[in-house]
Design a protein around this ligand. Structure first.
Ligand code: SF4
Length: 280
C-alpha cells in the first residue's frame, strides 16, 4: 500500500426510508431515529456536493440510497445522478451503494459511469441474525459476488462494536478477504439512542488493533478505509489510524452523522507528512 491517502466523500441521495430492521442503522424507519428523511435529493444539489468533495481532494464519490436493494425507480435515479455528476466532475470516481443488486442492475450502473459498488457484509454470518432479522447475511455476500461478476470494483467492509465477539470479527474479515475487494471500509458503531443496540464497547486501542488485523487478513486489498464512527472512536488519536494500517478515509459528513470539518482532516494529513492520493 502506498503512503498516499485516498479520500472518499459520500452523498445520501435518498435518506431514512428503509423498511429493513438492521439494529445498527438509523435509516431504518422502524426505530424512528431523529434524522432527515427524503426520497430523492435534487440532482443539482448532489452535483454541488460532488464539486465540493473534489475541491477538498476527494477522488471517490459514493451515491448512497437507503433501501434494502435496487428497484427500477432507484436504478434510474442513481443512473441519472451518475451521468450528471460525471458530466460536471469527471475526475471523481463514482461509487454506488444501493443495497442488494443483480448482475444486470450492476451492469446498468456501470454503463451510466459507476466504477465501483459498495455493499458491506456488516458482520460475521453467525452474528448477523442478532442485528438483522429481515434479510440474511448470505444475500449480502451474493450481491458482493455479483459486483465481481459485473466487472465493477468491489468495496465491502463492516462495522465493529455491535456486541460481536473477536471470533465474529475474524470470521467477517476472512469472508471479506474471500471476495477480493479493492477497498475495505471499516466502520465503528456510532450509537444512536433510538437504536436497540448498546453503545460501542471498544476502546481506542482495541479499534486500532482491528485496523491492523484487517490489513493483515485482507492484505490484497488496495485500501483499508476508516469510515463511519472515526471521530467518536479515535478522538484526539485520529492520526494513529494510518500507522495502524488505514490508507483511506471518508471526508466530510457521513450518512446521518456529522464528520470532522474537511480542513481539519487535510491539515492532519499534512502534519503527518501524508499526501492526498491524486489517482486511483
Ligand atoms: S438494509 Fe441498509 S439502509 Fe436498510 S436498515 Fe439495513 S443497513 Fe440500513
Amino acid at each position: 500500500m502506498s503512503k498516499a491517502i485516498f479520500l472518499c466523500a459520500i452523498s445520501n441521495i435518498n435518506s431514512g426510508t428503509c423498511n429493513e430492521d438492521c439494529k445498527f442503522c438509523s435509516q431504518s424507519v422502524k426505530y424512528k431515529a431523529d434524522i432527515e428523511r427524503y426520497i430523492q435529493k435534487p440532482i443539482d444539489a448532489i452535483v454541488e456536493e460532488a464539486k465540493a468533495a473534489r475541491a477538498s481532494g476527494a477522488l471517490g464519490f459514493c451515491l448512497v440510497t437507503a433501501n434494502k436493494g435496487i428497484d427500477d425507480k432507484i436504478l434510474k435515479f442513481v443512473c441519472d445522478v451518475a451521468r450528471a455528476v460525471q458530466a460536471e466532475v469527471p475526475e471523481l470516481r463514482l461509487i454506488a451503494c444501493n443495497g442488494t443488486a443483480s448482475v444486470e442492475q450492476l451492469l446498468t450502473l456501470k454503463e451510466a459511469g459507476v466504477k465501483a459498488y459498495n455493499h458491506n457484509l456488516e458482520t460475521a454470518e453467525a452474528f448477523y441474525p442478532t442485528v438483522c432479522t429481515t434479510h440474511p447475511w448470505r444475500e449480502r455476500y451474493e450481491t458482493c459476488e455479483n459486483v465481481n461478476k459485473a466487472g465493477l470494483k468491489l468495496i465491502t467492509g463492516g462495522i465493529f462494536g455491535m456486541g460481536e465477539t473477536q471470533a465474529d470479527r475474524i470470521s467477517m474479515l476472512e469472508a471479506l478477504k474471500s471476495l477480493k475487494p479493492t477497498s475495505v471500509p471499516l466502520n465503528f458503531y456510532h450509537h444512536n439512542p433510538a437504536l436497540p443496540l448498546s453503545p460501542n464497547p471498544l476502546t481506542t486501542d482495541e479499534a486500532l488493533g482491528l485496523i491492523t488485523l484487517a490489513k493483515e487478513i485482507i492484505s490484497d486489498a488496495d485500501r483499508i478505509m476508516v469510515a463511519g464512527g472515526r471521530e467518536l472512536m479515535f478522538g484526539a488519536r485520529q492520526s494513529e489510524i494510518f500507522e495502524a494500517g488505514a490508507n483511506s478515509i471518508v471526508i466530510g459528513n457521513y450518512l446521518t452523522t456529522q464528520g470532522r470539518d474537511k480542513q481539519s482532516d487535510l491539515e492532519m494529513l499534512k502534519t503527518l507528512g501524508l499526501e492526498v492520493a491524486k489517482k486511483v
